[in-house]
Ligand binder design. Structure first.
Ligand code: ATP
Ligand code: LTN
Length: 337
């Protein structure tokens, strides 16, 4: 990406935490949708390791998952020549802008973030300041690149609203500094639910192994988990209020096949849930098979992944520094001569 492209094309930024094995929810809510932007936007996709340590991580595991998350970006189809793929901690401007923005984010608004409230319950013995200011770091990620569009699952929309509030507040004090980003939610797959408790979001850090289908699960595991998915006592495959389990399976089927609810109802008319669950499992396993193969190839080539990280960080750092310098100037910091 050069300066001219940055001027003409709009910018996309998104990220995933290397906090666990990625699920089908992460795939459908985010990564899978990113490929379609690579020709028409300047795209930056980040492995957000600074965010991941808001919850205690084992260092060796975090390191491995950082490589794995990057490999999954590429295995899911993102071309490192067309997208800037990088690791957050490799570009110091994220932490630097985050500090400045912390001084323009209010305690009250951060206390209202549902992810903070949920994670405070889940990790009650480690409600650290980083967990609280997590959305400010996310705002820094987005605003550093003068981002136009942020493709995410629905759970992140509240953080994007907050990013806009912080940007507005800053722009009002110092004049136009940050571009106003918009969230972008996928049509199918914005919120994939747990297979064990379908009223809860599928999450990579769920401790129940049957609740989440991981992108890297074996074909047998994927099919087994879908066969065991919690549904209801009805037998007809159709979308309806209160049928969270079936609704979720229909959403997943649509996201992988493009079929509408009416197509699905017709396809499984008279066949019952067992048949449908197996079909969903097979469709997911078929779609993920090429991702698995490419992932294995990439993980065997660490030098290549390190090259992608290095190039991505250099490109991102160049763009980030421009915004950060502007911010430092505006708030009144001196520049060393
Ligand atoms: P954790 O369990 O560690 O909080 P997570 O599974 O919620 O992680 P994130 O790294 O927070 O995943 O999210 C990465 C991206 O995946 C975000 O864009 C998020 O909106 C999306 N995402 C996460 N879970 C789902 C889901 N169940 N359905 C759709 N999108 C999701
Ligand atoms: N907070 C997000 C991950 C994330 C992100 C971002 C997404 C960190 N920085 C910037 C979009 C843009 C999450 O938990 N899913």
């Amino acid at each position: 990406m050069n300066d001219k492209e940055t001027l003409v094309k709009k910018t996309i930024f998104s990220g995933v935490q290397p906090s666990g094995m990625l699920t089908v929810g992460n795939y459908l809510g985010s990564i899978k949708n990113w490929k379609e932007f690579e020709e028409t936007y300047n795209c930056l996709y980040c492995v957000v390791d600074l965010h991941a340590i808001t919850v205690r991580q084992d260092p060796a595991t975090l390191r491995r998952r950082t490589y794995e998350t990057l490999a999954l970006y590429i295995a899911s189809g993102l071309d490192p020549e067309k997208n800037t793929l990088f690791v957050q901690s490799h570009v110091p401007a994220h932490a630097e802008l985050s500090w400045v923005l912390n001084c323009y984010a209010m305690h009250g608004e951060l206390s209202r973030m549902t992810q903070f409230k949920d994670k405070s319950k889940k990790y009650a013995s480690n409600i650290n300041a980083g967990l609280f200011t997590y959305p400010v770091l996310m705002a820094a990620d987005i605003l550093l690149y003068q981002t136009d569009l942020v493709p995410v699952g629905i759970d992140q929309m509240q953080h994007i609203e907050l990013t806009r509030d912080i940007a507005n507040r800053f722009n009002q004090v110092y004049g136009d500094t940050f571009r106003m980003p918009e969230g972008f939610i996928p049509k199918a797959g914005a919120k994939i639910m747990s297979l064990a408790e379908p009223e809860k979001k599928m999450s990579k850090s769920d401790t129940n192994g049957n609740a989440s289908v991981y992108i890297l699960d074996s074909r047998d595991d994927i099919i087994r988990k879908f066969k065991r998915a919690v549904t209801d006592s009805d037998t007809v495959v159709r979308r309806a209020e209160g049928k969270d389990g079936i609704n979720n399976l229909m959403t997943i089927y649509t996201a992988f096949t493009g079929k509408s609810d009416a197509d699905i109802e017709a396809e499984f008319a008279g066949l019952g849930y067992g048949h449908f669950k197996l079909a969903v499992g097979e469709v997911v396993a078929d779609a993920l098979a090429p991702v698995h193969a490419e992932f294995d190839r990439l993980m065997a080539d660490k030098a290549y992944l390190e090259g992608v990280m290095k190039d991505g960080a250099a490109k991102a750092a160049y763009l980030a520094r421009k915004t950060l310098s502007k911010v430092y100037r505006k708030v009144g910091f001196t520049q060393p001569k």
